[in-house]
Design a protein around this ligand. Structure first.
Ligand SMILES: [Zn+2]
Ligand SMILES: [Zn+2]
Length: 141
């Protein structure tokens, strides 16, 4: 399976091979502010199955609740965030699921940060909803 994701203006195009390792929906306020929408959907692919766009993207790095930073890569022309790199999961690249513009894209396997969810958003019952992000930071060594 080959897919491509692109930013709003089309200058950044990212290619993915195979199926995502995980698809996760997030209701958190950071995702709300980043997208301007009320939740975000991340498709996580193995780094080896993603071909990133050459040059041009800008990055915004911020801390996350896990204690690890995440770098969000966006188009300087149109502002769309296209992919992100969670330092907690260095083998995975998160791709904005909406950037595939594919209504048949696989459904999220989980939803996180239900604590910050707008109350009227009801997801299908087969998507488990977690109050926060259930993934804990790695224990200190
Ligand atoms: Zn763009
Ligand atoms: Zn979030």
């Amino acid at each position: 399976m080959e897919r491509h994701a692109s930013c709003h203006c089309g200058k950044l195009v990212l290619h993915c091979t195979g199926e995502p390792a995980k698809v996760s929906l997030c209701h958190c306020f950071d995702c709300q502010r980043r997208t301007g929408s009320l939740f975000s959907v991340a498709a996580f692919f193995r780094r080896s199955s993603v071909e990133l766009p050459a040059g041009m993207a800008k990055a915004f790095r911020r801390a996350s609740a896990s204690g690890f930073a995440v770098s969000f890569h966006f188009c300087p022309e149109c502002g769309s965030t296209l992919w992100w790199e969670p330092e907690r999961l260095p083998d995975l690249i998160g791709v904005a699921a909406g950037a595939f513009a594919d209504p048949d894209f696989p459904m999220p396997q989980q939803a996180v940060w239900g604590d910050e969810r707008h109350g009227w958003i009801e997801l299908p019952p087969e998507i488990p909803l977690h109050a926060r992000n259930p993934v804990k930071a790695a224990p200190p060594e």
